[in-house]
Design a protein around this ligand. Sequence first.
Ligand code: ADP
Ligand code: MG
Length: 728
Amino acid sequence: MSTLRFNAIKEALKRVPLKIEETKRRSEVFGENVFNEASMRQYLTKNALKSILESIEKGTKIDRLMADHISIGMKEWAISKGATHYTHWFQPLTGATAEKHDAFFETIGDGMAIEKFDGSQLVQQEPDASSFPHGGIRNTFEARGYTAWDPTSPAFIYGTTLCIPTVFVSYTGEALDYKTPLLRALHAVDDAAVAVCKYFDKNVRKVSASLGWEQEYFLIDKALATSRPDIVLAGRTLLGHSPAKGQQLDDHYFGTIPTRAMAYMRDLENECMLLGIPVKTRHNEVAPNQFELAPIYEEANLAVDHNSLLMDVMQKVAERHGFNVLLHEKPFAGVNGSGKHNNWSLSTDTGVNLLSPGKTPMSNLQFLTFFINTIKAVLTHEELLRAAIASASNDHRLGANEAPPAIISVFIGAQLTKVLEELESVTKGKLSPQEKTDLKLNVVGKIPEILLDNTDRNRTSPFAFTGNKFEFRAVGSTANCANPMTVLNTIVAKQLIDFKAEVDALIDEKSMKKDDAIFNVLREYIKASKHILFEGNGYSEEWEKEAKKRGLSNNKTTPEALKVKISKSSLELFETLGVMNKVESQARYEIEMEEYILHIQIESRVIGDIARNHIVPTAVRYQNILIENVTGLKTIYGDEFKSFAKEQLSLIEQISRHIEAINSLVTKMTDERKSINKGSDLEKKAQGYCQKVKPIFEDIRYHCDKLELMIDDELWPLTKYRELLFTK
Ligand code: ADP
Ligand code: MG
């Protein structure tokens, strides 16, 4: 009998939901462990507070003396909350968060000790970070890297550690993390959008990008999950026959949340409240044991930090509840995978959401300007957006039948499509007063009303307008949102800069009025943007054909998708906007390609091991039982035995064939790996793993899954799909 599997099932069945106490209201607990403005007012001097608030609002530098003041207040606050250690918390390009804890504790001689934390420790650290991915940056330049405080994301306490959000850069200033380019992109879009806002409102001084992510995940019993080597090492199942019941009945989606999962969610939400992560929505997703958690949106940099922190907290809370959280985009074949919709918008310091229609024709023209420019940005840079969400694990999802396709398109709904059509027929050149009044009253002025009943939703679109924001749906559930957010904000910034230049040129050179110029430029954008707008079924084959005709990219695999990151125009785009210099872009490309290779390599080793060392021996054991049975029948019945042993003989033969196939496929896969690994060209290696190694997984799986159906359930070593997915 397969002891590990059955012990795991026993353990899982014994679990009871934890009791979760909620004695205080959530609004009272919210942000309790965050060094937010309220705590700062209590613990900082007036000047220290002023300098940190100014730095958050205007990006001004905090000098060393002020940093010393701030560090004292921060330390006092942290110690009052029971913190003993502090850490610079950052997001290296491994995808996980990194931290190295130092105690506040310091000796001062004569057997005495104090709690110490000064400005220099707050502002900058030099972690021994030589093992983080750097894509050659630290070899070419300086061996060391350092972390530097990001005051725009507040410090928080997790456990007994004060965590200070930081950027991670090389000594020569090259970004080694996700946050640095994101901050630069947010800065770029701020500048570009403010300049465009001035056409409509001179008082706008700052534009911030907002992000509301929706995190999907699977909750699997810990004992069951750890009984599967593939889940432990690859975060997903590499084998496993579909259960008799999957998600056909749609009985899990939005259904009653199972009690154990509910206890987990409440516990997780309480932790989020303490950490100031404003989670609001929870529900079951489509697949069995799949769920979703979504917050109220926040400024993009903070939202990115909060999502990274959340992914970490999710795992930690899961421990207590005897769960494993699977964040992988496709943990199980045959049921839905997980994504992380990124809801994105831009808003001004005067309180206007630039992607929400306003009350006056002028504010609606502003809305249309940002709306159309975003679409135009996606049109021009669709391939870069696709690259921003490329990863080995998201490849399973993009293009699979439940997820947005690898083709980027924009959905805006029937109503706005009509508005754009009307704007498309605006007269070239100066508009007559009558036409302008007409436009303002009947087209632009009507937008808020039509949007109210614009409820059409298209779940197959990778990038959809949803009333007051765009929703980038193709982002993977394991992704660090910084990557897609950096690209999206950069391309919109670039687009807004180009737009302003074109409008200004019409005003200066053709002496057009401002709104005539705006209408004229927008009209041309609308014409061009038809290529990227798509309202139909994104999962259909017709769309693939149509998209090809339109010249849209359809990069189905990561190695293909990433290429555009190092094209001449991409390198220039990121450099001119000050988001990443060419070295940084190149490094990131290399890191992501390398990561892809390693990912497939690990999966390949795991599937080889399971197939050869778990499945084949089990098959042999079962075959021996059958042989024994057949031999017995022969002893009893003599020559007649064949008519009684037909089934068994056929099974014995089939098992042999599957074993033979598995062994030769694993050998073939290993040989492919060996031959690919000899090369040194990164692109060739990635392509090799993608085209030659990965496809063998499916073949090996086919034979293993067939054996699963043949072999005595008692002997089967791997916890089965029905046990993983339906144990609640
Ligand atoms: P859905 O129908 O897609 O679930 P919701 O209105 O529930 O739409 O919003 C989903 C997410 O979008 C939430 O996280 C929400 O906070 C976020 N969101 C709403 N408005 C904005 C905005 N202006 N900018 C960014 N995210 C937003
Ligand atoms: Mg949504």
